[in-house]
Structures are given as C-alpha cells and as structure tokens.
Design a protein around this ligand. Sequence first.
Ligand SMILES: Cc1cc2nc3c(=O)[nH]c(=O)nc-3n(C[C@H](O)[C@H](O)[C@H](O)COP(=O)(O)OP(=O)(O)OC[C@H]3O[C@@H](n4cnc5c(N)ncnc54)[C@H](O)[C@@H]3O)c2cc1C
Length: 484
Amino acid sequence: MESGNRSSPQLRRAACNSNVERMKTTSPSVIVIGGGIGGLSAARALHDASFQVMVLESRDRLGGRVHTDYSFGFPVDLGASWLHGVCKDNPLAPLIGRLGLPLYRTSGDNSVLYDHDLESCALFDVDGKQVPQELVAKVGEAFESILEETDKVRQEFSEDMSIRRAFSIVFDRRPDLRLEGLAHKVLQWYLCRMEGWFSADADTISEELLPGGHGLMVRGYLPVVNTLAKGLDVRLGHRVTKIARRYNGVKVTVEDGTTFAADAAVIAVPLGVLKANIIKFEPKLPDWKEAAIADLGIGLENKIALHFDKVFWPNVEFLGVVAETTYGCSYFLNLHKATGHPVLVYMPAGQLAKDIEKMSDEAAANFAYLQLKNILPDASDPIHYLVSHWGTDVNSLGSYSYDEVGKSHDLYERLRIPVDNIFFAGEATSMEYPGSVHGAFATGQMAAEDCRMRVLERYGELDLFQPVMGEDGSVSVPLLISRM
Ligand SMILES: Cc1cc2nc3c(=O)[nH]c(=O)nc-3n(C[C@H](O)[C@H](O)[C@H](O)COP(=O)(O)OP(=O)(O)OC[C@H]3O[C@@H](n4cnc5c(N)ncnc54)[C@H](O)[C@@H]3O)c2cc1C
C-alpha cells in the first residue's frame, strides 16, 4: 500500500492495481488510521475477514487513550481503567473473558453516580475532618431527588439545558432541597464525580446515565490492545496529514510525505484530532460531517498516579475531598484495594484538569500530593509519579466526547456514517456507548462490517470473505470478577 520502497511486493501489488480485474485476484486493501481500540478492532476484524490491512498510528505505541504504563514496576492505566458494564452484553466482555483478565468490581450499580459503592468511599473536608458516612449517604439520596426533579425540569423545557441550569431551577422551585454547610460541600463532590464521568463541567453536560456495573481492569487494559493487534501490519510513528478519496480508492499521506494507497480507509483518530483539522480531506468532507465534528463536545479528565513506599491511607476504594465548589472538590482512586500496589490516582476533570495540564509534571504531582496532605496530614512523599496530558497531547486533544447542551445525540451517528470509501470508528462515533472502550471497540466492528460490505459488493466477491468476527464472537467465557 505504500508508495515508497519500504512496502512488501504483495502490498505494492494491492496499491498499484486498483482496477477491478486485478482486485479479483488479490485481497481488497484497507488502511486503518489510528491504533486505539476503535482502529484496532476494525483492523483485526478486517484482517480476519482476509483483507490486506495496514494500521497507521502517529504515536510510538498502540492503544491511544488506553495506556498501561509499567514504569512503577507494575501496570498502571493512565487512560481507561474500568470496564463499564460488567455483563455478557458488553461487546468487549467476550474478549476480556477469553483472556482471563481479572476485574475488580468497584460497584454493581448501573448509574453514573455510583461507580463506587458509597461504603467504599471516605470523604474529607479540606481541613482534614472526615465526613460522617451517614451524611454522605443522606446527601446521595438528596442528590438523587434533585436529579429526578432536574429530569422533570428538562422535560418541561423544550430546549436542552445544562445540569447546572436545571439544578438552579429546581432549587428555586424546591428550596427544601437546598443544602447548606458540609452537606452542600458533599453535594458539590457528587457533582464533581459526575463531571469526571463526562469529563466536562456540570454546566455543559446534558447526557443521560449509562447502563452496567463497573469493573476495574486489575492487570491493566494493555493485554486487550496486544491481542487485537497481534499479527497486524502496524506502522508506528506515522502521523496522517491528508486523505484523498477517489472513485477507485484512497490515498493517505503521512507527515514525512510518504503516501499509501488502498481500496478504503477506516478513520479512527480521536474527535479532538478531527476538530483540530490535523488531517486534510480531499475533497473536503460533506457539510453534515463537518458539522458533527464541530458540534460534538470533547471534555478532559486526567490521571496523576502517586506511588508510595507504603500504604498510609484508609482501606477504602476512593478518597474524596469536599469543598464549596466542584472546582475545589477532588478524589483519589486507591489502587491498593484492587491491585495490592501502594498507589493513589488523583483524577481531575473539567476546568481543574485544564488548569493542572498547564503545569509541569512535577508541579502537577505536587498539586495532587498537597490535596492529599490536606486530608491526611501524615502522608509520606511519593517515590514516583505519572502524569497524563490527554488535553494537550496532539494525538488525543481531549479525553472523551459528550453531546453538548442543545445539540442532538444523533451527532455520534453522523460522525460514524461513512463517506464513500472512508469509514469512521472510535468512541465518538458510538451512539450507544460514547466515551468508552467498549464503545470504541463496537464501532470498530461496525466500520469493518460496513467496509467489508461496500468493498466486496463493489468487486463482486462477497462469498469469498467471512463475516467480520463471525467465529470469535460466538465463544463466551465468564468474566473473572472479584471484590476484596
Ligand atoms: C483519563 C481517561 C480515563 C478513561 N477511563 C475510561 C474507563 O475507565 N473506561 C472506559 O470504558 N473508557 C474510559 N476512557 C475512555 C476510553 O479510553 C476511550 O473512549 C477509548 O479508549 C477511545 O478509543 P478510540 O479508539 O476511539 O480512540 P484512541 O484510543 O484515542 O485512538 C486513536 C488513535 O489515533 C491515533 N492518532 C491520532 N492522530 C493521528 C493521526 N493524525 N494519524 C494517525 N494516528 C493518529 C492516536 O495516537 C490513537 O492511538 C477514559 C479516557 C481517559 C482519557
């Protein structure tokens, strides 16, 4: 597929012979752009359906927003770490089950609010006093009542509105639901957690809650990436800058000017990259596609992992700091609970995450550590730290997509719909599970199937090729779930 001299003779044959006759004697070729879960899922499926597949990935590693780091001497996920929806209907469950990867269930609840059961959280005021557990539970109930009222308000108004605006209408109507003092701070913490889910500030979120319980990938997500990538032709360090689509195929150009040709392309780069116009399309994408790219929101969540020489914190899954505003609230995931390693992961989202991303790694780690010191004054210094930069990294430019207030949920589908022989995959193209690993995986499968149908119909050889993932998908192995 490469126009330079590095390609194999077989691939060159596919590249040069785009006429119909020749394609009858050789497999159709597809270039997959982006080696995250979405791209790898598409590439795996097309490879298994006997297509010639090449993956062009800009980074020097695969996985994208799945990034398991081993520099502490054990796996720590700096991107995704949960399987949201620990059930057999999760599109990723069969693969995780087959790999025997253990999950630590942090909550069996289906809602956004309780990806951790409340009894496994310890909340502290900024002065270090622990919030009584009964108050946390009481505010949790109040929060649910407020959300119910919020739902009613949103249904009443024809225009979509942010959660924060709906909240203020609810409080005007139902002053009895207003909370004061410490309870108000705990409520802000709940909101802050919700922002973490949608990785945006509460006044921009207009999303419904997601289904499924929540399981942490104890050994990290990387084995999933490696399994999908096994045996694929992957080119790391290949940043795509241009995609030209022609009647008989696509031509893809990377940063150093090298071009690759194939029958079709699957574009599985993040929404943030599409928004930044890093990739030029020739001819330009249709207006409806450009509008979908512009109108979908992309939010930010980061992780700052602090590795200590010993555990000095309470034996809970989550440590939270409550404050007057969501901006001042924060939380730490206790990895020791699930993995046995003395690590706390600070997870800022929204504006706070943006502000922290402007700091050096050292300052960011220090910021996280100071939050910890506020609530646990005897905290010892971390021995190592890791800091993610999902917002400024040119390969992601954001953490995950959300539909902005007033915009249609159809935008995800519009982003997914193919344009001629280019197909789209990735979390932001998932109507059902946007912003998730399993959503990205499912869209890769869909893009592969759409691509297979289109390319093969065109060359009239549908029977020669197997349905995408036809075989593997039928084997089901139960998930390994624990709770300590
Ligand atoms: C901090 C954080 C925590 C998260 N937690 C969870 C979680 O617990 N559970 C969950 O389900 N989801 C979680 N997510 C979301 C999940 O990680 C993503 O939805 C999913 O991994 C996205 O996969 P993708 O294939 O769509 O995109 P990506 O993984 O971003 O893959 C896109 C790929 O394209 C590459 N690329 C970019 N530009 C170019 C270019 N010009 N040319 C070639 N390649 C390019 C990138 O390097 C990348 O490898 C989290 C995300 C973040 C950031």
